[in-house]
Write a protein that binds this ligand. Structure first.
Ligand code: MG
Length: 204
């Protein structure tokens, strides 16, 4: 399978690192428990331009000082050995180098790295079979095309439900979903069976 996988708050804990530097920039002291919005900067009352200024200044340090989520490194290697693995992130090109270096730092292997705002288009163009992401809007867009999405659970995506959205609250569950999808693809079972599984998965 061709697997697309997001970085921020999917492979790594972006919330903690963003809060650290956003607190530094603002003098405020938010904690991860305060985050209930995909767009963390909105907690600080910043508009888009204010966020851009802070992100341009601290973005390198934010990304370099993020930690992988538990088991993400190990399971990324498992997926790399068995599938086509593309990291697809909405980070701007400005942070390509620190992204590549961070992936090296944690010995995370991948076949492609794409930095792009329009993830949906990137996934269609490169024939991605399944996307692993935490973004509620990406999950909804992808699921509308009847493509499976593994939604990495975060406080701001709990309300997303769709028959093609598989929820994973950790990387063990990500692996379980991928293994299941692979078994369905290789066994050649029909769409009806897959749909049944997706329905069951969506109501969990
Ligand atoms: Mg993300």
């Amino acid at each position: 399978m061709h697997i697309g996988v997001d970085l921020d708050n999917t492979i790594l804990d972006a919330t903690t690192s963003h809060l650290r530097y956003y607190n530094l920039a603002s003098g405020l002291s938010f904690t991860p428990e305060d985050v209930n919005d995909f767009y963390i900067y909105r907690l600080y009352g910043w508009d888009h331009a204010e966020r851009e200024a802070v992100y341009t200044k601290y973005g390198h340090d934010i990304h370099w000082n993020s930690s992988p989520l538990p088991m993400a490194v190990e399971i990324m290697q498992y997926l790399y050995d068995r599938h086509q693995l593309s990291i697809i992130t909405a980070r701007p090109m400005l942070f390509r180098e620190v992204t590549v270096e961070w992936l090296k730092r944690y010995k995370i292997n991948y076949h492609n790295l794409t930095l792009i705002e329009n993830k949906l288009q990137a996934c269609i163009t490169s024939n991605v079979d399944v996307l692993i992401d935490d973004g509620p809007h990406y999950a909804e867009e992808f699921a509308l095309l009847n493509k499976p999405v593994i939604l990495y659970e975060q406080p701001y995506n709990l309300s997303v439900t769709h028959e093609f959205v598989y929820r994973a609250s950790n990387w063990i569950e990500v692996k379980q979903h991928i293994d299941y999808l692979e078994s369905q693809q290789t066994s050649g079972k029909g769409a009806a069976f897959r749909k049944k599984y997706w329905r069951a998965s969506a109501v969990r």
